[in-house]
Design a protein around this ligand. Structure first.
Ligand code: BTN
Length: 328
């Protein structure tokens, strides 16, 4: 990171942590640069959309931050202890963060590398669908993982990321999300986030997995296309207030880190338990589209490996490993 960027992130971090007026003298002392350098960085931050008040003979106060994504300040906020976000790649605009992450993973990107974008031109959803990705309002994030797993266990990582997203939504908004098998997050029955995991594997060992996470944070109603397959929403539409993308992403990466460490140490059991607490479909009638077929019955939970369990009329349990679920 360049020295200028370090000073700029440092100014924001100090102003943010205190919340009050901080003298130029203290900023210059703590960051080890001249007061002129601080003044220049404050001017540069204002150009980026930060509202920083200069209080005569007292110092600076941070009034508001732009909802911009900045890999450097994300890295600084995350610190050095987490695996998630240990490397970060940011694109103002890209085709798909999953496609970017896949490419760099093939070239050897380390586990925990995160690719973020402000906008995706070809955002990918499940089952070959498109993921709406307008600029500047949502989270489009892909994480490179290299778990020591056989390929058939890799889908369990989807459940882990669903739990991390659910916890982040709860922590940042107070809203209680529901998870719909396998990987949709809903609020009041409307989809607010989706996950797309892609894998590179040998016969008996995963090479890498890309965890793709899309969350509708501050998307307005007019930004949703009219022909959406499922009703969709955003955190802004549900709460009436916007959510800082930076705050959300930092929390999300912390939650992911915690869940992934637990998964590596204790396996799928704890993830499955927590996933089940967010799932509101137990006992409810669900319909699953399997290509041209459709199965219907009460949802009976998820199996030891994440497969959906459906109660059949003859009492047997049907295992479903992929498909489109509707809770009836
Ligand atoms: C779905 O519910 O259909 C999955 C949506 C996944 C969207 C995210 S946005 C970040 C990452 N990059 C992509 O192209 N897709 C995933």
């Amino acid at each position: 990171m360049s020295r200028r960027k370090l000073v700029s992130s440092g100014v924001v971090t100090i102003l943010r942590s205190d919340g009050g007026i901080i003298s130029g003298e203290r900023l210059s002392r703590e960051l080890g640069v001249s007061r002129t350098a601080i003044w220049k960085q404050v001017a540069a931050l204002r150009k980026k959309g930060y509202r920083i008040e200069a209080v005569p003979s007292q110092g600076y106060r941070l009034l508001a931050e732009p909802d911009s994504l900045d890999a450097c300040s994300l890295r600084l906020e995350l610190g050095n202890e987490l695996l998630m976000g240990c490397r970060m790649e940011y694109h103002a605009e890209t085709g798909s963060t999953n496609a970017d992450a896949f490419l760099i993973a093939e070239e050897g990107a380390v586990e925990g590398t995160v690719v973020l974008a402000d906008r995706q031109l070809a955002g990918k959803g499940r089952l070959g669908r498109r993921w709406e990705s307008p600029v500047g309002v949502n989270v489009y994030c892909s994480v490179v993982l290299r778990p020591k797993l056989p390929p058939y266990e890799a889908p369990q990582l989807t459940f882990l990321s669903a739990v991390a997203v659910a916890r982040t939504i709860l922590a940042t908004t107070g809203l209680q999300p529901a998870i719909k098998w396998p990987n949709d997050l809903l609020i009041n029955g409307r989809k607010v986030a989706g996950l797309l995991n892609e894998m590179n594997a040998e016969t008996d060992q995963v090479g890498f997995v890309i965890l793709g996470i899309g969350v509708n944070l501050n998307m307005r109603q007019d930004q949703f296309p009219a022909d959406l397959r499922y009703p969709a929403t955003s955190l802004l539409l549900e709460t009436g207030s916007s959510v800082s993308r930076q705050t959300f992403i930092v929390r999300l990466l912390r939650e992911l880190d915690q869940e992934y460490c637990r998964f590596c140490m204790s396996g799928f059991g704890p993830v499955r338990e927590e996933w089940s607490r967010y799932c509101n479909a137990f006992g409810r009638e669900v319909s699953v589209e399997l290509g041209t077929n459709r199965l219907q019955g009460p949802f009976a939970g998820i199996d030891h490996d994440g497969a959906l369990l459906m109660q059949l009329s003859d009492g047997r349990l049907e295992r479903i490993v992929s498909g489109d679920v509707t809770v009836l």
